[in-house]
Write a protein that binds this ligand. Structure first.
Ligand code: SF4
Length: 450
């Protein structure tokens, strides 16, 4: 019973720290010397890395058995048991075996979605035995690893074979130089994995080899045409008229949010997304800043209602378009209507004014240097002609994930009280940067369309 409690305690610490969506709070030891395992007084080891030769694995929890073997526990935040978990755990088992750590059983632990704020968490932790599946995969994996070892040790690099995984591969810069990447299928915006799969199976990785009758969207076809004709931009004839639908004054709106495994507030389930802050910039038709509004929630309580009321207040004059750079703000306001039906009228008015600038780009504009990426941070340095992401360079928080992690740190009391204000200021600065970026993108599109 004591042991079960220790496992659950270890799982709980892991879930709290990792629910912030980042590894910045992890404090791990790399265990090359496994003598720590010889200490019979230690029956639980958690959040530790093991390595041997060129192999490295990260282990959530190991529990000692009477026979001096160990059970391996992996804690997953997602509700589904994905095949990649099985492969990851098979690899861990293989590395631990190389270190002569005998693993008997392998479990995946996860928090039930029925869990509610401050309920007894022990009752909601689910444990699944995957020993059989993992043992089968470990055997297959060992053969693959032997092949990989041979390839790595060979004196000549293998012939490069681009495949469906290249699009999101962090090593793509090494395999395909930037100047060549624009000519590959991986730079076609929004190309589906199945289309990449179909093309690579046909041995096609360059856009000039794509068959004429291959099914792609009109936007994708226009971009291919542009690349093949060595034109920097694609500008649709509809761009101007779409931009004309944006009414002044312009309101640029950006939300930040967090999703935690352990609910932070009442009425929240695991993985509930909570909007924590917004930034609004109001400009005239010449992009002269008329007003800046911002809000950040009190991290101790669920401030959704307060946030919505402040939002309505800032946008209440019912004039001008509200410009966002994704569907996220639109969808979040739809959810707010479900939660606060008495505010439906005001929120519906806001929704009717929203224009998604990203969607306008997705249909009407492309620069071949976007290399298939249309996010705000990817396109801003290209359209403003700066090599690095200057506008975000002075922000301590650089992306949505870091913003969520920062808010989670303060909401989970994981920082000193005097740091709270500093973090909140950094969050406000980051969110405001996104609305400034939207102004620049809108201005650029208007210029290029005329
Ligand atoms: S880009 Fe990545 S996935 Fe593609 S071949 Fe290179 S290393 Fe492999």
């Amino acid at each position: 019973m004591l042991l079960k409690k220790k496992i659950l305690d270890a799982a709980l610490i892991y879930l709290s720290k990792n629910s912030i969506g980042t590894s910045i709070l992890k404090s791990k030891k790399i265990t090359e010397n496994t003598s720590i395992l010889d200490d019979k007084k230690i029956d639980i080891i958690s959040n530790t890395d093991f390595s041997i030769d060129n192999y490295f694995t990260s282990v959530d929890i190991l529990k000692r058995n009477d026979s001096d073997s160990w059970d391996l526990f992996s804690i997953k935040l997602s509700n589904k048991c994905k095949i990649k978990y099985i492969i990851d755990l098979s690899f861990s088992k293989m590395v631990l075996s190389k270190l002569k750590i005998n693993i008997t059983k392998i479990y995946i632990i996860r928090l039930s979605s029925d869990y509610r704020f401050r309920k007894n968490i022990v009752e909601f932790i689910e444990q699944y035995d995957y020993t059989k599946e993992i043992n089968i995969t470990t055997e297959k994996l060992s053969n693959d690893i032997m092949q990989i070892e041979k390839t790595v040790e060979a004196s000549n690099a293998p012939k490069l074979k681009l495949n469906k995984n290249c699009k999101n591969c962090i090593a793509i810069e090494r395999c395909i130089k930037k100047e060549k990447r624009k000519y590959t299928i991986f730079s076609i915006p929004n190309i589906s994995t199945s289309n990449i799969e179909k093309l690579t199976e046909l041995g096609i990785t360059n856009i000039d080899k794509i068959p004429k009758d291959f099914k792609l969207s009109l936007y994708q076809k226009k971009i291919i045409e542009c690349v093949l004709n060595n034109k920097i931009h694609y500008i649709s004839e509809n761009l101007k008229s779409e931009l004309c639908n944006i009414k002044t004054p312009f309101y640029y709106l950006d939300f930040e949010s967090i999703t935690t495994t352990i609910p932070l507030y009442h009425n929240c389930t695991p993985h509930t997304r909570i909007i924590t802050q917004f930034s609004i910039d109001k400009t005239d038709e010449k992009w002269k800043l008329l007003a800046h509004y911002e809000y950040i929630a009190n991290h101790k309580i669920n401030c959704s209602k307060k946030l919505v009321k402040k939002l309505i207040n800032c946008l209440s004059n019912n004039q001008g378009s509200i410009i966002t750079y994704s569907n996220f703000e639109f969808n979040s306001i739809i959810k707010f209507i479900e939660i606060f039906p008495n505010l439906r009228k005001e929120l519906e008015k806001i929704i009717s004014r929203i224009i998604n600038l990203e969607l306008i780009i997705k249909k009407n504009y492309y620069n071949i240097n976007f290399l298939g990426k249309l996010s705000i941070k990817s396109i801003l340095p290209i359209i403003t002609n700066s090599d690095n992401n200057n506008d975000y360079k002075n922000c301590e928080i650089n992306n949505g994930l870091e913003a969520a992690a920062a808010f989670s740190i303060i909401a989970n009391n994981l920082c000193k009280i005097k740091e709270i204000n500093k973090i909140k200021q950094q969050l406000l600065k980051y969110c405001a940067q996104d609305t400034i970026a939207m102004i620049k993108i809108h201005k650029f599109l208007t210029k290029i369309a005329s």
